[in-house]
Design a protein around this ligand. Structure first.
Ligand code: CP
Ligand code: NVA
Length: 307
């Protein structure tokens, strides 16, 4: 049985296979050829934070494959201290065929998976957002062509989304440029893990946003204050002000460079309206791709669940 917790528990080849499967299933779905291979399967989602894309894309994916979904908040599931995490995990996994968790702590997802009798998927933690990273690479492949040797420039906070994206980029030989101020870049332990996984990984730190985007095939940003960091919003607005993706910064990038954002976007902060609505913006294709990746993830996990 396999889980999808951070991407470090799957191989680079499996990352590429998942994106390829998502592309194949997207085409099947567009042509009305998607098979309901997970009939009677039950997805349980337990979330400690709000969600639009993750919650709905996972549920839609399971319905498309023939199964159904149940959603619970952390409180409803009893993860707020009503009973132990391990007891919740052991009970839920007797009912569910797959569980998606959205938490603050990554440890909580890892601990849940350690005792779960069904596959567990990380639907975002403070540290990682693996399914977002997979959808991002699928989107880049669709809009930028062959990924080998391409450059993605991520501007802003080196957060959960940035980390998973950097891992996915390294799996596809995509140069990942992080343009972030000091204190908001990747830590050495993470960089060492990526290098151990992909010795040829190119993760470049370039704090100057204009220099960073000069050879970009894609620009990417995310909110400056993630869920759980709301109290730091004002402080972060000042720290990240130079990293806003606006038409001036877009003009410093090659004309064909695409714009990606995991959404939700804080328009007027990390990105302006005109960039969100720019012809090079692919953010809504990117959001749709969460569903295609979710299907691929369920297909893969549930086909290996009995192994
Ligand atoms: N991108 C993403 O995970 O969006 P939600 O927070 O709406 O799920
Ligand atoms: N970094 C953001 C991503 C939201 C999808 C957060 O964690 O809130």
């Amino acid at each position: 049985m396999r889980h999808l917790l951070s991407l470090f528990e799957i191989t680079p080849q499996e990352t590429r296979d998942l994106v390829a499967l998502a592309a194949q299933q997207k085409s099947d779905w567009q042509h009305g050829r998607l098979e309901t291979i997970l009939e009677n399967n039950v997805l349980v989602q337990i979330y400690s934070k709000p969600s639009l894309r993750t919650r709905v894309s996972f549920e839609a994916a399971m319905v498309h494959l023939g199964g159904s979904g149940i959603f619970m908040t952390e409180q409803e599931a009893g993860l707020d201290g009503r009973e132990s995490l391990a007891d919740v995990a052991r009970v839920v996994s007797r009912f569910a065929d797959v569980v998606v968790l959205r938490t603050y702590s990554q440890q909580m997802i890892d601990d849940f998976a350690a005792v779960s009798t069904c596959p567990v998927v990380n639907g975002l933690s403070d540290d990682y957002h693996p399914c977002q990273g997979l959808a991002d690479l699928l989107t880049m492949q669709e809009h930028c062509g062959d990924l080998d040797g391409k450059t993605l420039v991520y501007l802003g906070d080196g957060n959960n989304v940035a980390r998973s994206l950097a891992v996915c980029c390294s799996d596809f030989q995509v140069r990942f440029v992080l343009s972030a101020p000091a204190g908001y870049q990747f830590d050495q332990e993470f960089l060492d893990r990526v290098s151990a996984r992909n010795p040829n990984a190119q993760i470049i730190i370039e704090p100057d946003p204009k220099k960073a985007v000069s050879s970009a095939d894609a620009l990417y940003t995310d909110v400056w204050a993630s869920m759980g960091q709301e109290k730091e919003t004002q402080k972060r607005k000042k720290i990240f002000a130079n990293y806003q993706v606006n038409t001036e910064l877009l003009a410093a990038a090659p004309a064909e460079a695409k714009f990606l954002h995991c959404l939700p976007a804080k328009r007027g902060l990390e990105v302006t309206d005109d960039v969100m609505e720019h012809p090079n913006s692919v953010v809504f294709d990117q959001a749709e791709n969460r569903m295609h990746v979710a299907r691929a993830v369920f297909t893969w996990l549930l086909s290996t669940a009995k192994d």
